[in-house]
Design a binder for this molecule. Sequence first.
Ligand code: ARG
Length: 459
Amino acid sequence: MAMWGGRFQEASLDEFRAFNDSLAFDYLLAQQDIAASRSWAIGLAEAGIITAEEAALLDGALAELATEVEANPELPLQTKEEDIHSWVEAKLGEKIGHAAKKLHTGRSRNDLVATDLRLWSKLNAGLVRDALQSAIGALLTFARSHYGLVMPGFTHLQRAQPVLVSHWALAYVEMFRRDLSRIDDALARMDVCPLGCGALAGTGVLLDRVTVAERLGFAAAARNSLDAVSDRDYVVELSAAASLCLTHLSRLSEDVIFFCSGEAGFFKLGDAISSGSSLMPQKKNPDVFELLRGKTGRVLGHLVSILHVLKGLPLAYNKDMQEDKQGFFDLMATWQQCLLVLATVLPHLSVNAGQCRRAAELGYSNATDLADYLVGKGVAFRDAHELSGELVLKASAQQKPLEALSLTELKAVSPLISDDVYAALTIEAGLAKRAALGGTSPEQVGSALTAAEQWFAKL
Ligand code: ARG
């Protein structure tokens, strides 16, 4: 019988049950529901609502249930209970009989589910955090082991200026560092316990909500019962952090897919992380990175879904909120998996140094250096830009790079150009010039890498 059956005269329709029940997915909250119940039972005893013996009976049975669920996480699925909260109560009833009926005193499934989901979110945000650290570690290793190699940098997917391969990897480290701090921000804000807020108006039992919260590892007890039972900000915040983090991962994937293409040939995927084609024997496909890009779409969808579920809800609890779970569970698992996959595959990605360098030399990537050279000779930058552009036009008409123009050809455009221009047009000179903070000079990248490694070692 349902836990709310007293005022009902007819049994529920099976179709209603199938639509209404949530056990098929909220059984994932079993451990959190048990933990919340243990803290609540002790709180009830502390307030003198149940006896110390009853509390000990409840606590022992809940601990036993926790062990059973640990051994078989899908245990709740073996019954037809409405949700994880009624399942836990029903199991307690089987174990200790009458005393189990006292557990729900002064609490509601509304404050309970809000507590369970927060506990679950804290735990899983921590796991994602660990996965993000592994991904950052793998990127730092990649940056360290390819330090010194040069590749083309792009804007508009047109060759722009050469950059160090490590500079590229460190760009993603920056993004992931921001993602890490977003998770930490969300964790700090969600560390508030709704238990003891009742259905909406607060519990009728005068117990110490702060110790109930502290026993569960929360930093504080929620200040407003109406808000506490209907707040899902932490679901939105984690979904938003996931969406942004995966957007970064997706951009990284897009870069890698392009870098591995036959057209670019900068990076090469190891056999262990590539797939082939059932038809074309020569193929080696970057499926892993395509999946990382694809799963990003799925996660962005979950963010949009939860915002839509919440946007029109009046205070306080509404059953719409049951729709906060499936997408969110999938989002957190996908987020963690994608980060761990990135950490696993990066060591199998090699760099074709020769091809990267050849490509960096093409496409007039040193045209800015030529303009800068003229600036060094006293030409105003806008004029230098114009002159360098003229020389690009001249060189491309002859299908050769700038540095293949003769001194006479160069001087015909600007008499200020002399023999030292050829040294200024080398990749090394171009890189070395980008020596201000944040630039791609080997010196700057070297110190950025060391600083990032030191930050990482202290995490
Ligand atoms: N399964 C419900 C949920 O996830 C639990 C809370 C039910 N509360 C209620 N008043 N029906 O939201």
